[in-house]
Design a protein around this ligand. Structure first.
Ligand code: C5P
Length: 305
């Protein structure tokens, strides 16, 4: 059964009272830094799109009142070694924040099927936390509004609100938590890959020089809303790219090599270390994926928007 949710990705429920929530990733097609704030964060203007590259979170009730997170049996070892399942995981932080807000006493098993790499700029952890909020609300029948879920999300991280909103595309401002939906026309096909080394978002932001004259996303928004994909990608932009390239030289080399061998422009998502190219069609994206996998001898993914 698929149940309607005012916000967030689709949920489904099976006869054993399990909730399965899709936990999508995002790409930043544009990211400008407007100012450094007194609270240590940066004021942003960013365009995020939700992609087809998803983790999955399965939730079911537990009798002992505990919230227990584990990986699905099919989750690869690389994730088991790099993603903690303790209270530092955003899923459990989101669940505890929801418990504090609503006072629920029930327990739940949360089983995460992970495919989105961490420290990648794809919002994987944020999407997982958004999925936990939506899944627990549904599983436990909590009476908490979308607005209240968004308040909890804003306290946990800067990308959660977009992924919680279920929007396909949005301009996000503030720390990233103020989401203004964008009417994206047409379909987009990207191929993304990343070096082994991820990027720590706070390190990238702290080594950034805030630009004296920020670039506006308005011209790109117009093209995206008109469905002019080919012109739009001329305006894709990420202010964090130079700072991230200094920290992650493998990422910088990878961007140069992709650009040189594929003659495609390459962009970085979020604070990296995922880099991506745009393709004209699903078929072209699959060809590009194979090409990049051979060229770089590593995994690449087709992301549809
Ligand atoms: O919100 P999130 O957990 O993604 O942020 C991680 C770190 O990135 C923050 O602690 C902060 O150092 C930096 N950041 C920032 N400005 C933003 C978002 C993140 O400086 N708008």
């Amino acid at each position: 059964m698929t149940c309607g949710s005012a916000c967030g990705p689709p949920l489904s429920e099976d006869s054993r009272r399990q909730i399965v929530v899709s936990s999508p990733s995002k790409l930043n097609l544009f990211l400008e830094v407007l100012a450094r704030r007194d609270d240590g964060f940066h004021e942003l203007e960013t365009i995020m799109v939700r992609t087809s590259f998803c983790d999955t979170l399965r939730l079911s009730p537990r009798d002992d009142g505990r919230l227990v997170l584990r990986f699905s049996d099919a989750t690869a070892d690389t994730f088991r070694n790099s993603v903690p399942l303790d209270q530092t995981n955003l899923i459990l932080r989101a669940a505890e924040a929801l418990r504090n807000r609503t006072g629920f006493s029930e327990g739940a098993d949360l089983v995460l099927h992970k495919v989105i790499p961490p420290q990648a700029g794809l919002g994987g952890g944020s999407g997982n936390a958004a999925a936990a909020l939506l899944g627990l609300r549904r599983l436990l029948g909590l009476s908490i509004t979308d607005e209240e879920l968004h308040e909890i999300a804003a306290g946990l991280g800067s990308d959660l609100n977009f992924l919680l909103s279920g929007e396909r595309a949005a301009v996000c401002r503030g720390r990233g938590e103020i989401v203004s939906p964008l009417k994206l026309r047409g379909r987009y096909f990207f191929v993304a890959t990343r070096p082994d080394q991820g990027n720590e978002t706070n390190r990238i932001f702290s080594s950034l020089r805030v630009p004296p004259q920020p670039v506006s996303c308005a011209p790109l928004v117009q093209l995206l809303e008109r469905g002019e994909a080919a012109g739009a990608d001329q305006l894709f932009f990420n202010r964090l790219t130079d700072a991230a390239s200094l920290h992650n030289t493998a990422m910088r080399s990878m961007m140069q090599e992709i650009q040189r061998c594929s003659r495609q422009r390459v962009w970085m998502s979020g604070s990296g270390s995922t880099v991506f190219v745009r393709c004209q069609s699903y078929t072209a994206a699959n060809q590009m994926r194979r090409f990049l996998q051979q060229l770089l001898r590593r995994d690449a993914w087709v992301l549809q928007v």
